[in-house]
Write a protein that binds this ligand. Structure first.
Ligand SMILES: O=C[C@H](O)COP(=O)(O)O
Length: 254
């Protein structure tokens, strides 16, 4: 199980450092993997706080080029040098607000992997696509295109997050059954594509995950954790979601 907090464009410097310290303290005994993705400008400060702990440091975005004239962007080796090992790519906010295509996302996935980072590849359908009965087809098409040219050496080099666009920041969560159906389809497609390595990729659900709904979501067999937005800004809420992941992981192991 893996639970990652995406802080998006939130927190000031003091708040980010405090939140990172609180997450380290409150999730110190967790069995699940834990990660935090602060804004890029706070990565260095947060790196200091999570160093030596079990909390993994993630970035929210990356550019595929190793260096060059790309004003405002951050190259994979720059993130790696800060101690980052996870990076969110293809988040729907970047696809919708910044026009990122799946082809560009695939470039990012390949570049991130090349620099030793673990991409958290986000895929998800809009409400219109779901209402038209196209949720799975949309997600699988996005997945295929966003993995174009990608080779997977082992399962732990990639994470996929299913985030229905209509559930992000809306308080409206996919039902556990809706999420499970898409996760099972994603799992099958990854297995088809990458064999055993693909089958073992951690599949996170994202979209209004809270302490109150995490246990029901994690009870589904193909939900291996969560990518948490709003609730990750509160260390106590985030720790409760991690605890729910721990319970689900213990049940699966036992
Ligand atoms: O990356 C996280 C997702 O966009 C979910 O955000 P949310 O938990 O605020 O709905």
């Amino acid at each position: 199980m893996l639970v990652v907090g995406n802080w998006k464009m939130n927190t000031d410097l003091d708040g980010a450092v405090r939140l990172a310290s609180d997450v380290v303290r409150e999730t110190g005994g967790a069995a699940s993997g834990v990660g935090v993705c602060p804004p890029t400008v706070w990565l260095d400060a947060v790196a200091e706080r999570v160093r030596g702990s079990r909390v993994r440091l993630g970035a929210q975005n990356v550019h595929p080029a190793p260096e060059g004239a790309f004003t405002g962007e951050t190259a994979p080796p720059m993130l790696a040098a800060l101690g980052v090992d996870l990076v969110v790519v293809g988040h729907s906010e970047r696809r919708q607000l910044f026009g990122e295509t799946s082809a560009f996302v695939a470039e990012k996935v390949r570049a991130a992997m090349g620099a030793g980072l673990v991409p958290i590849l986000c895929v998800g359908e809009t409400l219109e696509e779901r209402d038209a009965g196209d949720a799975e087809a949309t997600v699988l098409a996005q997945l295929d295109a966003s993995l174009d040219g990608v080779e997977l050496a082992s399962a732990d080099r990639l994470v996929v997050a299913y985030e229905p666009v209509w559930a992000i920041g809306t308080g409206r969560t996919a039902s556990p059954e809706q999420a499970q159906a898409v996760h099972a389809a994603v799992r099958a497609r990854l297995a088809e594509r990458f064999d055993g390595a693909g089958r073992g990729v951690a599949l996170l659900y994202g979209g209004s995950v809270k302490p109150g709904n995490a246990a029901d979501l994690f009870a589904q067999p193909d939900l291996d954790g969560a990518l948490v937005g709003g609730a990750s800004l509160d260390a106590s809420d985030f720790a409760q979601i991690v605890a729910a992941a721990d319970d689900a992981g213990a049940r699966r192991a036992g």
